[in-house]
Write a protein that binds this ligand. Structure first.
Ligand code: ADP
Ligand code: MG
Length: 658
């Protein structure tokens, strides 16, 4: 008897003690494994015609035995060797269950919901069975083996007995479940009937591409005897017949109008291991020189591992009903890495390998269409279902921003209009176009502020000043925002013909400007004139302050329109204060070489504190001037949410002043 690996034990324990109500999903999981095994076999068969596999015989068989309380799922697929039985059924090393392991790593205790959340695969058998027996013969193997377990103590693997897949052509797998006793809360008897099994197949596995067959009992009228009396009543007899229970047409080959959304949802959940319905489903088809069927889903939740390095993007790629690749990455761009789906094309070569995928012009053509479809689906959601779109953007917007950043802005033309930002003025999320449409006459830039929280940004003097002067500000709190703005530089809108809904949009090109940048001010002409006057009158004061602050600032100046703040810190040049902060917190931050923002101390000449500076200067009190300058600088940093260089000195300075 071998022991299960630790993670497997945890999962098994959860399965056996499960009070999960959808225990019936075990059948879907076993059928899906059988179908995978048939896919693998047909792929081998095509690569290697000498194997002599007859594709038309590939099938999944269900049967049950009331006496023995057993249900069997059989396939004549690729089968498993002794080592594979050990590896695949003794450890959690596979997709659905692996997710479970990761999710459970930081979630202690028994969370029954987990079962519904992930495709937990083979082990789900133990929700309904006290013993599971797997008889398998790998393609080309000399013998078959039997794996057996009660799901608790461990498992055993033995050579198969007489008559169990003993012929060389009997490759494939039988999974035999010995069911628990039926109880009121746990009706296992339903699986020991034709109707029960048929029902589960149509519900969960209808679109499996391989036939799911079962011997069923049917009734027919006996032929009427020649010498039948006049009052002959027809007689009936039972007979057995192999029935195919599923519709078999892959769901992606059907037109969207012919499929119920429920069926798409079911397919989506079981295939892509998500427990919620997709936000959007898109099916499209091409015929002609390049034909294909495609089915795409935009998830409504973010997978917990989206940002982990293990996350694999891609669509399943089929050719003439053979699965070529489970995750063909070339079919979706990185910024749409959340999209799940299937592409099936008879025109894609079966022998396509990972290396040649990129050079394959058919695939590239399909990928372009996939991208367009996703894009227009997102636009539709943005324009017609804003609430769902906001959720979508919350989940996946960051990746789209990275798409712009990583393409050095080249993708901005496609992606910028999918972005949403928090508008300080409106108090809700807006697109660039919505921002631009609401701009007052004379505004020629899109203003944004970047920082770690909206609440803090709303208090920043530059933002308040912009708002006071009637300019809206986009409040950006994601690390990628400013970097993306920097590669974009401006937001461009093509001119469009007016349609019934929108007035013909004019062509626009608006610079993206950080409100904290020293080049900006929102002052009125009067305020500016006042500031200029102060600048020319007090040049020496600024020089002294600059000297006392040393390297901390590149210059000291008066700025107009700072409202009630005595001073602010602004930045000059390519690196803003927020970028400096993000970079310094990055994983490979190196304090010495990290780029620094060039800081400018901006003074408010209308604030009473300014008069104190002037007085100190006039009194020739250099120490006092330096003290005031240092405190103003540190205060301004604190208001921006930046750390002061030396908190001890700051405290000492404030004490001195008091
Ligand atoms: P997953 O299907 O997500 O990989 P499962 O727990 O359902 O995880 O199955 C574990 C593994 O066991 C599969 O990946 C496959 O290698 C193997 N397996 C299960 N059932 C069969 C089968 N009927 N034929 C061949 N291999 C199988
Ligand atoms: Mg599985």
């Amino acid at each position: 008897m071998k022991q299960f690996k630790t993670e497997s034990k945890k999962l098994l324990d959860l399965m056996i003690n499960s009070i999960y109500t959808n225990k019936e999903i075990f059948l879907r999981e076993l059928i899906s494994n059988a179908s995978d095994a048939l896919d693998k076999l047909s792929f081998e068969a095509i690569k290697n015609p000498d194997l002599g596999v007859d594709q038309s015989t590939l099938a999944i068989r269900l049967s049950f035995d009331k006496e023995a309380r057993s249900v069997t799922v059989s396939d004549n697929g690729i089968g498993m060797t002794k080592a594979e039985l050990d590896e695949n059924l003794g450890t959690i090393a596979h997709s659905g269950s692996e997710q479970f392991r990761e999710a459970n790593a930081d979630r202690q205790g028994e969370d029954i919901d987990i079962i519904g959340q992930f495709g937990v695969g083979f082990y789900s058998s133990f929700m309904v069975a006290t013993k599971v027996r797997v008889v398998s013969r790998a393609l080309g193997a000399d013998e078959a083996f039997v794996w057996e377990s009660d799901g608790v103590r461990g498992y055993s693997i033995e050579p198969a007995g007489e008559g169990e897949r003993s012929g060389a052509e009997e490759h494939g797998t039988d999974v035999i479940l010995f069911l628990r006793e039926s109880s009121e809360s746990d009706d296992t008897d339903q699986y020991l009937s034709e109707g029960g099994l048929r029902d589960l197949v149509t519900r969960y596995s209808n679109y499996v591409r391989h036939p799911i067959q079962m011997m069923v009992t049917k009734s027919r009228q006996k032929p009427k005897p020649e010498d039948a009396p006049d009052d002959y009543k027809p007689e009936y007899e039972d007979y057995q017949e192999l029935d195919t229970l599923n519709s078999m047409t892959p769901i992606w080959k059907k037109r969207q109008s012919e499929v119920k959304q429920e069926d798409y949802n079911e397919f989506y959940q079981s295939t892509f291991h998500d427990w919620s319905d997709p936000a959007r489903t898109v099916s499209f088809h091409a015929e002609g020189a390049l034909s294909y069927d495609a089915l795409l889903f935009i998830p409504s939740r973010r997978p917990f591992d989206l940002y982990s390095k293990d996350y694999e993007k891609g669509l399943a790629l089929y050719s003439s009903n053979v699965l070529i690749q489970e995750k063909c990455a070339d079919l979706v761009p990185d910024y749409y890495n959340f999209v799940h789906g299937v592409v099936d094309s008879p025109d894609v070569s079966l022998n396509i390998s990972r290396e040649t995928l990129q050079q394959n012009s058919q695939l590239r053509a399909i990928a372009r269409r996939v991208e367009k479809k996703i894009h227009s689906e997102l636009e539709d959601m943005r324009d017609n279902d804003r609430e769902s779109y906001e959720t979508f953007f919350e989940n996946f917007g960051r990746g789209i921003k990275f798409g712009i950043y990583n393409s050095y802005g080249m993708k901005a033309a496609d992606l910028a209009d999918l972005l949403l930002f928090w508008s300080a003025q409106e108090g809700k999320q807006v697109t660039f176009a919505e921002y631009a449409d609401a701009m007052p006459e004379g505004q020629d830039k899109i203003y944004f502020a970047a920082g770690d929280s909206r609440e803090r940004l709303e208090q920043v003097p530059a933002v308040r000043s912009a708002l006071d002067h009637g300019f809206d500000v986009l409040l950006c709190t994601q690390d990628v925002d400013e970097f993306m703005f920097q590669v974009m530089r401006s937001w461009h809108q093509d001119g469009t013909e007016g349609d019934s809904e929108h007035e013909g949009a004019k062509e626009r090109d608006l610079e993206l400007a950080n409100v904290a940048n020293a080049d900006l001010d929102f002052a009125t002409d009067d305020e500016k004139a006042e500031a200029e006057k102060a600048t020319s009158e007090h040049q020496e004061l600024f020089d002294d302050l600059k000297e006392s602050l040393g390297d901390k600032v590149t210059s000291v100046r008066v700025a107009a329109g700072l409202g009630d703040a005595p001073a602010t810190i602004a930045s000059e040049g390519p690196v803003s204060l927020e970028m400096e902060r993000v970079i310094s917190q990055g994983p490979d931050a190196d304090a010495a070489s990290a780029p620094k923002a060039q800081r400018v101390l901006q003074l408010n000449a209308t604030h009473p504190v300014f008069a104190k500076l002037v007085a100190a200067k006039e009194a020739g009190d250099k120490d006092r001037l330096a003290l005031l300058g240092s405190i103003l600088y540190d205060q301004a940093l604190l208001v921006e949410g930046l750390p002061v260089d030396d908190p001890v000195e700051f405290a000492r300075n404030v004490a001195k002043l008091m």
